[in-house]
Design a protein around this ligand. Structure first.
Ligand code: ZN
Length: 493
């Protein structure tokens, strides 16, 4: 343990809560009971929702054809109920996963492959993370409900008139007002989130030997992130708000074009301008590893322009590798931790990269980008409907219809669809992972990829026993056991 930070009162309370829960399995159920009570508290809302059963669908069609949503729906209550429903479902999945995390033996497929000591360490780490995430998500739920129920954001929106007046501006200056609102909101959420990230980094991750971040680096990261917001929020909102104000009939198209350009600009400047503010990127030094990677990229006609090593180890000893870039200008970035963990056998790093290049060769990267764009286009179409509906703004406590607030409310309203889209994207991503593994296998890396995946899992102390339902909902990558099985099964063909 390298952690020298004194625990704050807050984290001590958290630890106490942890211990109580950790030593006592039925507490898990007690948490579920609290949600049930909350639902009683919201019973009035539920009654209003059930009123919808007698809802006249022809009104819905009439208002939709006019480009808006019906005026007489309880939007705020519906969003709160959905939030509670999703949370209850997620707690149920967490409880299922807890049963697996408590298992004291490795799954059959990993027995004799993963060292017993490694397994026990990963188990304790996963259980600690489980406890932390339960406390944190309970808190987030209460916070989220309070923000909506007590209409705290409209309060903040109205308050922005104070600094605006100090600048000699009025409510008509919507762009400046939105920028002030966003920056203050970011500041507040950063401060509120601070105890959680401090605990997560300097207590939880440190306890299991992952944290390499110093307090000064931690503070610098936060300051840099906020300074970036100071630069980018005014630029983005200065462009976005006029588009919404004057978008007219083709608003969805303009919004999509704008966000598409932003995505392209960010993809271009992020690696060269922003990422280096947080990490050091150095070209991989000449040597056998470099020539092996170049040979692999060459054999696949991958347009490798730059090969970097990033000092991921200054913050965490979790390891990884990734690639990015447009068309004929691609880069591969390796975490120094990955290289170190595979020091005795470079082929493992090459096998992990063969998997990454598989994603490119099989067109996964392009497909994911395109499907993301299609989803965002559809979302902007739905956004215009939300924006046209005055009832949504009043339901959440706003007296006017600012463009930015429309986007915020839209995120609440779209949430059920977002969950479904996220789930479908997870299914796709898992399919792609199997395909990329199969690609590396076809290049003759089955043995090395197998070994590499096992080693990454060991070093990252990833959970070994995973509930299939939990994994299907949360993970974009299949569990190690399934990946190894797939690699083994196709070994002989
Ligand atoms: Zn992958």
């Amino acid at each position: 343990m390298t952690n020298k930070i004194p625990h704050s009162v807050f984290s001590n309370i958290l630890i106490l809560f942890y211990k109580l829960k950790y030593e006592n399995p039925p507490r898990c159920l007690a948490v579920a009971a609290i949600y049930t009570r909350k639902q009683v508290w919201l019973s009035t809302s539920l009654i209003r929702i059930t009123d919808m059963a007698s809802f006249d669908f022809s009104t819905l069609m009439t208002s939709l054809s006019a480009g808006e949503l019906p005026a007489d729906l309880p939007y705020k209550e519906a969003v709160l109920c959905f939030t509670l429903f999703m949370h209850t479902f997620e707690v149920y999945l967490e409880c299922r996963q807890l049963v697996y995390l408590r298992k004291t033996s490795l799954p059959a497929a990993l027995q004799g492959i993963i060292k017993e000591e490694t397994f026990q360490k990963s188990r304790v780490y996963s259980l600690d993370k489980w406890n932390f995430s339960m406390v944190r998500s309970t808190y987030s739920l209460i916070e989220g409900i309070a923000i909506i129920w007590y209409e705290l954001l409209p309060l903040l929106w109205n308050w922005t008139l104070v600094p605006l007046a100090a600048m000699g501006l009025t409510a008509d200056h919507e762009i400046v007002r939105s920028i002030v609102f966003t920056l203050v909101y970011i500041l507040i959420t950063t401060v509120i989130g601070l105890p959680w990230s401090i605990y997560g980094t300097f207590v939880l991750e440190a306890k299991h030997g992952f944290n390499k971040q110093t307090p000064s680096l931690f503070v610098k990261d936060i300051i840099k992130t906020f300074l970036l917001a100071l630069i980018f929020v005014p630029i983005l909102e200065g462009l976005l708000i006029p588009i919404i104000q004057f978008g007219g009939k083709y608003l969805a198209l303009w919004l999509w074009l704008f966000m598409f350009s932003v995505a392209i600009v960010m993809m271009t400047i992020y690696p060269t301008l922003i990422a280096p503010l947080f990490n050091k990127y150095e070209p991989l030094s000449e040597g056998t590893l470099r020539s092996k990677i170049e040979a692999l990229a060459g054999s696949l006609e991958f347009p490798l322009k730059k090969l970097y090593v990033v000092d991921g180890s200054t913050r965490s000893s979790h390891s990884n590798a990734y690639m990015y870039g447009f068309f004929k200008n691609k880069r591969i970035v390796l975490f120094d931790t990955l290289i170190k963990q595979c020091e005795d056998n470079e082929e493992l790093v090459v096998a992990v990269l063969a998997h990454e290049l598989g994603h490119w060769k099989e067109g996964h990267t392009v497909r994911q980008f395109v499907s993301g764009q299609v989803v965002s286009f559809v979302q902007f179409g739905l956004y215009t409907v939300v924006r046209n509906t005055d009832a949504i703004f009043t339901s959440f406590g706003y007296s006017d219809k600012p463009a930015l607030i429309g986007l915020l409310l839209f995120q609440f309203i779209i949430s059920p669809i977002d969950h479904i889209v996220g789930f479908v994207f997870n299914i796709l991503s898992r399919m792609y992972e199997f395909q990329a593994d199969a690609f590396a296998r076809k290049l003759g890396y089955s043995k090395e990829l197998r070994e590499g995946l096992i080693r990454l899992q060991e070093e990252n102390k990833g959970a070994m026993n995973i509930d299939p339902m939990y994994s299907a909902y949360h993970h974009s990558h299949p569990p190690l056991v399934e990946r190894l099985e797939a690699i083994d099964m196709k070994k002989d063909d």
